[in-house]
Design a protein around this ligand. Structure first.
Ligand code: SF4
Length: 330
């Protein structure tokens, strides 16, 4: 695996007897947007929280390696995490109200981050907060600094949360469903803003979403999560145009924004496996139209093409041609 800004190998997380994350590998690079995509319950948000040391208190987590810019973060204490979060590692969420303090004025919240992590004076922090709101195209930024979160619209709050997240020029921003709660026009504006900020700053961006349309607009690489594991990964064009895993293809067929108007939308029949039970077979087997006897053994991530990997026996480059053709016809 190439050396990235943040390297994660074999991340495992359980909450009680629920094995929610099952051996996730990620490599996040500066200047690139990596997307983690999947249905709700696939483990993608828990993975994002774990990368910031924010996994639930009841969770048991382990990893073969968790290395952020040379720091072995798997072993650091909460005090060191606090020094990284909001500073070198930032996160934005679907609902800005969960990230912003409803009892504090917006200017004071952004300034507090700058004073805490950058040691700025109150005057310098206020000036920087104003410049950040201007950069985020918040109208009348001077007045916005004096407002409380409940006085702003959802789209403006999302811009303010992004301003606070980028205030300390993080190396990595994790955006968990950043536009799901917004209407379509505002969604497009916020995505364009995120893309611009990433280009300008060269930070790494991890985009967590269920929406393949959002992935197509923003991401360079994509990892598809299903039942707590990555079932396909690769460059965004490869995964979109030559999806190797039956689950990725099913996900594409279930997304109205990705289909031509004459193609019928198809939901994915069945339900994900119960992650309280140990799985020895392919996790998608019960829902997969191409399942074979060999699928009773859980497949590893196999090379499906250059830089594209898939956790499916059919996608292996050495898979016999008749099987491959039968799958592609399917
Ligand atoms: Fe389907 Fe088998 Fe591939 Fe799993 S390994 S996705 S069951 S064909």
């Amino acid at each position: 695996m190439s050396s990235g800004l943040y390297e994660i190998e074999n991340l495992q997380l359980s909450i009680g007897d629920l094995h929610a994350i099952r051996g996730v590998d990620l490599s996040l690079q500066r200047g690139r947007c990596s997307a983690l995509v999947g249905e709700s319950g696939s483990g993608k948000s828990l993975t994002g929280l774990s990368l910031l040391g924010l996994q639930p208190a009841a969770a048991t987590m382990s990893a073969g390696r968790m290395c952020f810019d040379g720091i072995d973060v798997a072993g650091i204490d909460e005090q060191r995490w606090r020094g990284l979060r909001g500073n070198r590692l930032a996160m934005i969420f679907q609902n800005p109200m969960t990230a912003l303090n409803p009892t504090m004025r917006i200017g004071a919240q952004i300034a507090e981050t700058l004073r805490l992590h950058r040691g700025m004076t109150a005057t310098a922090a206020r000036a920087k907060a104003l410049a950040l709101l201007e950069r985020m195209s918040v109208p009348r930024p001077d007045a916005a600094l004096k407002r409380y979160p409940f006085e702003m619209s959802g789209g403006m709050l999302q811009r303010i949360m992004i301003a606070q997240a980028v205030a300390c020029e993080p190396d990595l921003m994790i955006a968990d469903e950043p536009t799901t709660a917004l209407d379509v026009t505002v969604q497009a504006e916020v995505l364009a803003l995120l893309a611009e900020l990433q280009r300008e700053s060269g930070m790494a961006l991890l985009l967590i979403t269920h929406d393949l349309g959002v992935v197509a607009r923003l991401a360079d690489d994509v990892s598809v999560m299903y039942a707590g594991e990555i079932v396909e990964s690769g460059g965004v064009n490869d995964v979109f145009y030559r999806a190797a895993h039956p689950y990725t293809r099913a996900l594409q067929r279930s997304m109205p924004s990705l289909l031509a108007s004459d193609v019928q939308l198809q939901s994915i029949a069945g339900v994900p496996p119960d992650l309280r039970r140990k799985l020895s077979h392919c996790s998608f087997m019960e829902r997969c139209g191409q399942a074979m006897t060999v699928c009773n053994q859980s497949p590893p991530l196999l090379d499906a093409a250059d830089h594209q990997r898939s956790r499916c026996w059919l996608s292996h480059t050495d898979c016999p041609q008749p099987l491959r053709e039968a799958w592609h016809r399917g």
